[in-house]
Every structure is written in structure tokens, then in C-alpha cells.
Ligand binder design. Structure first.
Ligand code: SF4
Length: 473
């Protein structure tokens, strides 16, 4: 193998142990850099000795290029083939993860149901204007499952404000309903339902039957759902057994939330860097040099965390349904920036309860019918989403909510840039339908109705119009 070859490490598994070791050690060095207080100072004082004291044998220069801002800038223009080997391999590993996430958003999470697909597309595009680059990391999964009601961990920063754990779904009682729910959602949404997790505002390992539920999930979708656990060290032997089995069956990235330095040390003691190659560690304790808290949910009221107000504060990643098996409920949600009106960074459009499988099926279909339109009827008044600014340009029009992100529409071929301006003027005058706008512009400027509908369709797909259910209030 050429020294320059980049291999997949996650899926498929890489059989080159030395290659995996280098990537895993680079990952652990980054984890130490971001989470272990004092590591950076010790590294700068004695790089090789410090790495060796943590059992790492990768070269110090690679760690500097990957972790230290100034060194990273220094090496920014270095051709890829001239970078240290560990840096090349670690960047290949990151690329593998990012491209998998992009495929999830653009391909795997797209529902087969036409109205659901169109609605999810509009929500995803709305989030570009509302959340800016934060939207890059939101996959807009169409459905997810909760096996419990509430969460036992009680994080003071919980972005979804999970209440205390009050109920768990037990496999022995709920197996038939569970399998029925999974099969039905697969029938309606298609394979995209298999991108669900089996947690949301819950801790997956709170449920003693999590393994049994996810075994069924695998039988139906051929996928082991992604696990994010803040309780990974509660029973390390359970976590280890689950991970080993899950990764043997279906390799993907899982995550541990690290809630304290003590937990970080326990994780490092329990797992070698190679054993955690498929597990991201999320630094969620204040002593960590680079901790991560979104300003959503309980974090908004927690002054000790020093999280800043800004665009894109949400941890919600669902544009679709949350099915709670313990409570027998279904919520329809989609991400938004956390605010007084939406403290958890999600718009909760509906929440309803069901009793058994037939009732679930009825409810599920009725929520799709009620909230998800394949397209906006041309005789329905169109209203621009409030809070979005616009600028008429020589080429067409630009929409933006903050200066961070702009959505640009250009005139092309026989479509004049000024048509965008004219359509916008009509929309701003309020209450007009697509037919009204096309008729008026045909009379006033001789515009082809087909061109007007084309421009309106572009705005609709971009999520710039309020959904019908939002205008009813
Ligand atoms: S962040 Fe996760 S683990 Fe912590 S309270 Fe919320 S749901 Fe539970």
C-alpha cells in the first residue's frame, strides 16, 4: 500500500491495525486537547513525554498540526501529500464521517412519502435562513423513537429539557406494538425510517431492554440505530457488550456525552483508543477547555455555563415524528433557533396520544395529512416568513435572517432578474395567491404566468412561505 493511501476506518472496518492505531491515537490526542485540563500546557512543555505518558506513540508534530491553531494555520497551504502521515489519515477519517452525514441528510433521511418528502425539504431549507451554518450538522431525520418518558440523568444544560424519568417501555409488554410501529413507519416513510435513533429526550441506557428493542430495529431495517449515551460509565460492562455487538453487526458512529472529568478518565481507562474509533466523545462539562453547550433548553437559564445567545441554537435534528413508546404519544417537530417561544430549539407542531397499533396508524396518517402538503395550492394566499430580510440585487434577490447566511435567487436564461423583484413586491403587499400574482403581473408587465409560478415555486421550496397550518393561528 502507498503511504499516501487513505482508507475507510468506520465502514467498512479497516483491517490495517497500524493504520487504525494511528487514527485512533490522533483522535484520543484531540480528546485530551479539548477535554483534559492542563494537557495543552504539558504538551507544549514536553510534547513526546506528554504523549507517552498517555500511552500515545504518534508523532508530536501531527498532534500540533491537528490540535494547535497556530500550527494548523502554518500548515494550511501545505500540499496534502506533504503533510505528516497521521494528519493525512486523521483528515481522511474526518472526511469519511462528514460525507456519511451528508449522505444521511441528502439521501438516507429522505422519506418516500411525497407530501412528507416535500414538507421535510421545506423545513430543511427554512433552517438555512434561520440557523445558518448550524444547519450543516442537522440531518432532519424524519422519525425517531423514545423508549422512556423522561430521563434519569438530569443534565443542567439539557437542550431538550427532558423531564425526570417517570416511565419506561418494557419489551415483554410492548414487543408486538413496537414491531408493528416500526413496520408501519417503514411502510409509510420507507427506508428513511431506519435512520431513526431509539432516544431523543431520553437516555437510551435508562431502558433495561434497549438491546432487545434495537435487535428488532435491526431485523426490520437492517440498521443498528445510533446511540448517544450520557450514562456510558454507569455499567461499563453493558456499554462494552452493546458496542461490541452493535459494531460487529453494523458499523457506524456512536457517541458518549462526557459529563465530568471523572467520567472522561473512566472512559479512557475502560476503552483503548482503537476501541473508541467509532465513538465520538462530546465534552459537556465546564472544566473542559473546549466544552460544547448549545444555548437551548435548560442551558438558556443556566448562567454557570456561559453559553452565548445567537443564531442556530438548537440540538434538534428531526423534521418529522417523535414516537414515545412509554407514553404512547407522537410529536411532530422541526428545528428552529431557541427562543422564549421555542425554548428547546424545536417547533412542536402537534402532540397526540395513541392506544394501540391501529390507533397509532390512524394518528400517524392523519398528522401527515393535516400538516404536510406536497405543494402549496395556487389559490391559497402566500405569506412570507416573518423575520427574513431581503435585498433586491442586479441579478435577482437575496434573502437573509442574519448576515451569516444569504439565500440568493438569480434570473437565468429568459427569466429577468426584475421578475424576482416584481414577485416579491406582490408577496409583500400581502394576502395574494399564486393565481392573483400571476394574473396581476401578466396585466402589468406582460409576464408569462409560467415564469411567475416558477419563481414562486423556488421560494416555496426554499421554505420562505409560512406553512398553511402556521397561518391558521
Ligand atoms: S441531555 Fe440527554 S442525558 Fe442529559 S438530561 Fe437531556 S436527555 Fe437526559
Amino acid at each position: 500500500m502507498s503511504d499516501l493511501e487513505i482508507k475507510n476506518v468506520i465502514s467498512p472496518a479497516c483491517d490495517d491495525a497500524e493504520y487504525v492505531r494511528e487514527v485512533a491515537e490522533a483522535k484520543r490526542a484531540l480528546e485530551l486537547w479539548t477535554m483534559e485540563p492542563g494537557f495543552q500546557e504539558a504538551f507544549f512543555a514536553a510534547p513526546e513525554e506528554t504523549l507517552a505518558s498517555y500511552g500515545l506513540s504518534i508523532d508530536a508534530l501531527s498532534v500540533k498540526v491537528l490540535c494547535d491553531h497556530d500550527t494548523a494555520v502554518e500548515y494550511q497551504k501545505t500540499p496534502f501529500e506533504e503533510l505528516p502521515r497521521v494528519v493525512r489519515r486523521y483528515r481522511g477519517f474526518l472526511k469519511e464521517k462528514v460525507s456519511e452525514r451528508e449522505r444521511m441528510t441528502k439521501e438516507y433521511c429522505v422519506p418516500k412519502h411525497p407530501s412528507f418528502r416535500a414538507w421535510r425539504g421545506r423545513q430543511l431549507n427554512r433552517c438555512w435562513a434561520e440557523l445558518g451554518s448550524r444547519n450543516n450538522s442537522i440531518i432532519h431525520v424524519p422519525i425517531t423513537f423514545e423508549l422512556d418518558l423522561g430521563c434519569s440523568v438530569g443534565c443542567p444544560f439539557c437542550g431538550v429539557m427532558a423531564p425526570k424519568l417517570s416511565k419506561v417501555s418494557r419489551y415483554d409488554e410492548d414487543a408486538a406494538l413496537w414491531k408493528g410501529v416500526l413496520s408501519f413507519t417503514k411502510e409509510i416513510i420507507g427506508d428513511a425510517a431506519g435512520q431513526a435513533t431509539c432516544y431523543y429526550a431520553t437516555e437510551p441506557l435508562d431502558n433495561p431492554d434497549y438491546e432487545k428493542f434495537t435487535d428488532d430495529f435491526f431485523k426490520i431495517f437492517g440498521i443498528i440505530p445510533q446511540l448517544t449515551s450520557a450514562a456510558s460509565m454507569r455499567k461499563p460492562e453493558r456499554t462494552r457488550a452493546y458496542l461490541e455487538r452493535a459494531l460487529k453487526t453494523y458499523r457506524r458512529v456512536h457517541r458518549f456525552s462526557v459529563l465530568s472529568l471523572d467520567i472522561l478518565h473512566k472512559i479512557f481507562e475502560a476503552f483503548t483508543p482503537e476501541e473508541l474509533i467509532c465513538v465520538e466523545l462530546l465534552p459537556q462539562f465546564t472544566e473542559a477547555p473546549h466544552n460544547m453547550f448549545a444555548n437551548a433548553g435548560r442551558a438558556r437559564k443556566n448562567d454557570g455555563l456561559h453559553v452565548e445567545e445567537g443564531d442556530g441554537n438548537t440540538i434538534a435534528c428531526i423534521s418529522g415524528f417523535v414516537v414515545n413508546m412509554a407514553e404512547r404519544s407522537v410529536r411532530l417537530i422541526t428545528p428552529c433557533g431557541a427562543s422564549e417561544a421555542h425554548p428547546t430549539g424545536e417547533m412542536i407542531l402537534a402532540k397526540e396520544h395513541f392506544e394501540g397499533l391501529d390507533d397509532f396508524k390512524r394518528l400517524f396518517v392523519s398528522l401527515i395529512d393535516r400538516y404536510m402538503q406536497a405543494e402549496f395550492p395556487k389559490d391559497q394566499p402566500l405569506r412570507l416568513r416573518p423575520g427574513i430580510s431581503f435585498e433586491k440585487t442586479e441579478k435577482g434577490i437575496e434573502f437573509y435572517r442574519s448576515e451569516k447566511f444569504r439565500l440568493k435567487f438569480f434570473g437565468a436564461d429568459d427569466l429577468s432578474p426584475t421578475l424576482y423583484h416584481d414577485v416579491l413586491d406582490k408577496l409583500q403587499s400581502g394576502g395574494k395567491t399564486a393565481y392573483d400574482i400571476a394574473g396581476e403581473l401578466m396585466e402589468e408587465i406582460d409576464a408569462f404566468p409560467a415564469n411567475v409560478f416558477f419563481v414562486l415555486k423556488k421560494f416555496e421550496l426554499a421554505g420562505l412561505f409560512l406553512e398553511p397550518y402556521e397561518t391558521e393561528k
